[in-house]
Write a protein that binds this ligand. Structure first.
Ligand SMILES: [Zn+2]
Length: 287
């Protein structure tokens, strides 16, 4: 935080401040024709199956390459924390930091869920967002962030001194242990920073601290993705509920989330550009 300042301003301050921002990662060259194709394909979907994620808990799900999946609000406003893995290689997982560097603080239609190094490819593309009308509000807040990591028992313990076992980090760990038969240590190490689905967040104007507000999501709203490879997903219904008051406790009113998987006819996908693992040679300058 840049609240307390101990150093004197330099004499040449006018030369050092006021430079124009330059976008770090211009992403024009990763925009391609896929979204138009996917928007035609999504008009021809049939539901394959669905699961309900109970409040303050998580479940895993599998999606095949070429299928769509939706995270849907049911019963009441509820935030979801999403992890994504390559089903066949759990070391390849969603990389929220690089996705943020490419697309900004919050994701919506057309944005890709990039995977970790050394893979760095799109695991899934967001194809529909019933909350895209929210845009950014006057506080700089928006929905579906990649800035907030996930609620976890370690930070909760640090700040409150309490042990709380139903944070998203623990819910995701528990789901991987119970449903994928991973050892608890193995599972916890692959849980990663999430896409905060439906969560309304931003950074405060004065101190630039992470803030949350009650989510504008309502039953029937959904965020839809297209799977670009076979995926294992894990979704937690955050103990913060709509995240309008507090998380990491049993205080907030929580609701379930619905996860549904949808298929389309292959003929709609035949002209898609496929998502390939990075072809960087990985020599890192070593001869
Ligand atoms: Zn959470």
């Amino acid at each position: 935080m840049k609240i307390r300042k101990f150093s004197k301003k330099p004499l040449d301050i006018s030369e050092r401040i006021g430079a124009k921002p330059v976008v770090c990662y211009p992403n024009n060259n990763i925009e391609e024709k896929n979204l138009t194709i996917l928007h035609i394909a999504r008009k021809n979907l049939s539901k394959k199956n669905e699961i309900i994620i109970p409040p303050r808990d998580a479940k895993t799900f599998q999606v095949k390459k070429g299928e769509f999946f939706r995270i849907e609000s049911v019963e009441g406003p509820q935030v979801g924390d999403l992890n994504l893995f390559n089903l066949n290689n759990l070391n390849e997982k969603f990389y929220s930091g690089k996705t943020r560097a490419l697309y900004g603080t919050h994701l919506s239609v057309g944005d890709k869920m990039f995977s970790s190094f050394p893979y760095l490819r799109s695991l899934a593309t967001i194809t529909w967002d019933t909350l895209d009308w929210y845009d950014y509000d006057e506080d700089g807040g928006s929905v579906h962030d990649v800035i907030g990591t996930r609620c976890d028992p370690y930070t909760s313990k640090l700040l409150s001194g309490n042990d709380y076992h139903y944070c998203c980090h623990s819910n995701l760990t528990r789901a991987l242990v119970k449903e994928k038969k991973l050892k608890i240590d193995e599972a916890e190490k692959i849980v990663h920073d999430v896409l905060n689905v439906f969560m309304l967040t931003g950074f405060t104007n004065d101190t630039k601290q992470y803030f949350m507000k009650a989510s504008p999501v309502r039953p029937g709203d959904y965020l839809e993705f297209f799977a670009e490879t076979d995926l294992l997903g894990a979704l937690s219904a955050c103990p913060g509920g709509d995240c309008g008051s507090e998380h990491s406790s049993d205080v907030a009113k929580c609701y379930p989330l619905k996860l549904s998987i949808w298929q389309t006819n292959e003929k709609y996908l035949k002209d898609l550009d496929t998502s390939e693992i990075s072809n960087y040679d990985r020599s890192h300058g070593i001869d």
